[in-house]
Design a binder for this molecule. Structure first.
Ligand code: ATP
Ligand code: MG
Length: 422
């Protein structure tokens, strides 16, 4: 019987997993300097968390969820995104009671969406995301966008574009919504079935339709920016001022709306401008959501966050031809001659490793020549050579792979020597 991996998923193998670890290190480092702390929520949640939290009218809830009944017939869903679980956890664990606010969280882990797989689009993909919950200071909006940009820059990307918009507050959105309905109503028949439903549910999302993105009515659609009330305008101006002061350039796109229903005020996306980066150029998306904590039965605690997938970040690195140093090699390979030396090497190997030295031996009964070859393949810095003579004298030959120099040292001094010299 042959098994193959499910469609839209991938194995991340040695050679590639180092790239993932490298990105994860960058992410954790930057979250630390910005004081975002990691949270880990379950891979599955009650389905209702997403249908309520992400929004009934979204593509995620309408088409993309992996939903199943457990043995007690409860409806569960593999998490398609991280904001609803983060906010659920924030409310459930009363993180709002912590004296330090806003609560700044990050997550990194797999998400699941039943989508048509293509480059940069998978059914299981890894998202890194942050949420700052409990402040509506526009300085936090700027911080969140700056953090995302820092991750990409530190990873080595240069061709980035930050696009921002404001969706205003409830009042502004209400007025804009009416204008959108008026604009599209007469010719809604020219749009896809989804958009026809969106017209009454959430007309803003027509602007986000992938099928009808080139329809002329999208270009002439009423701009949310013309409907912002004074407060929303002032908020947006402050966000822009902070970004400018930090030194982050951005573009404003009044048609940028986020797929999820609960966003207001700041919405943003980060795109790759790299040539050769396929049709999907969005690397990250995020925005402000005020009111989600209350929707989940908690106190008022306005939030903002973003999510990016590691897959698209890596694809962007490939498109810009940024290389990540993968295999660093090992510190020491022990070559042995004879059974006695082999037996001894098993415990010596363990001692080296316990001392924090990366080391290997041969497990295939190879001749010395083959062992030297393995040492070379593993990019060993030192090759320790042990035969019966050396063992009897409690010594070991040590060869520096780079210089080819060889010397004899006491077995007792091996660890200290390697530690000092590598
Ligand atoms: P898209 O328009 O590409 O479908 P989205 O609006 O559904 O994106 P979000 O829900 O905002 O995306 O997710 C944030 C980020 O997660 C995206 O910008 C992208 O980097 C990544 N992402 C989303 N869906 C996938 C997927 N199926 N495979 C890989 N990465 C994804
Ligand atoms: Mg999507």
């Amino acid at each position: 019987m042959e098994f193959i991996i499910p469609r839209g998923t991938q194995d991340i193998l040695p050679g590639e997993s180092e790239r993932w670890q490298y990105i994860e290190e960058i992410v954790r480092g930057i979250c630390h300097t910005h004081q975002y702390k990691e949270m880990r929520t379950p891979i599955f949640e009650h389905t209702e968390l997403f249908s309520r939290g992400v929004g009934e009218s979204t593509d995620i809830v309408q088409k993309e969820m992996y939903t199943f009944a457990d043995k007690k017939n409860r409806s569960l869903t593999l998490r398609p995104e991280g904001t609803a679980p983060a906010v659920r956890s924030f409310v459930e664990n009363k993180l709002f009671a912590n004296p330090i606010q806003p609560t700044k969280l990050y997550y990194i882990g797999p998400m699941f969406r039943y989508e048509r797989p293509q480059n940069g689009r998978y059914r299981q993909f890894y998202q890194f995301g942050i949420e700052a919950i409990g402040s509506s200071d526009p300085a936090i909006d700027a911080e969140v966008m700056a953090l995302a940009m820092s991750v990409y820059r530190k990873a080595g990307l240069k061709n980035l574009k930050l696009v921002i918009n404001s969706l205003g507050d409830k009042t502004s959105r209400h007025a804009h919504r009416e204008a959108l309905i008026n604009h599209f109503e007469g010719r809604i028949g020219e749009f896809c079935g989804d958009c026809q439903k969106r017209l009454k549910q959430n007309p803003l999302r027509i602007l986000d339709c992938k099928q009808d993105r080139d329809h002329e009515l999208l270009k002439s659609a009423p701009s949310i920016l013309d409907y912002l009330n004074d407060e929303s305008k002032a908020y947006f101006a402050k966000v822009q001022q902070y970004l400018t002061n930090i030194g982050i350039s951005f573009e404003i796109d009044p048609n940028l709306v986020r797929g999820l229903d609960y966003y207001n005020h700041t919405a943003f996306e980060i795109m790759s401008n790299a040539k050769g980066f396929g049709a999907i150029t969005t690397l990250a998306g995020g925005g402000r959501y005020d009111g989600l904590t209350e929707e989940f039965g908690g106190p008022k605690a306005p939030g903002i966050g973003f999510a990016m997938s590691i897959e698209r970040l890596l694809a962007a690195l490939d498109a810009e031809d940024v290389k990540i140093a993968a295999d660093q090699g090992i510190d020491c390979y022990i070559v042995t001659l004879g059974e006695q030396a082999k037996d001894y090497s098993v415990s010596l190997l363990h001692k080296l490793r316990e001392a924090g030295i990366s080391a290997e031996i041969d497990y295939e009964q190879k001749k010395m020549k083959g062992q030297f070859k393995s040492a070379d393949r593993m990019h060993a810095k030192y090759i320790a050579i042990l035969g019966e003579d050396e063992l009897n004298q409690q010594k070991i030959k040590l060869k520096d792979a780079k210089t080819g120099e060889q010397q004899e040292i006491l077995l007792d001094e091996l660890i200290a020597f390697i530690k000092e010299n590598s």
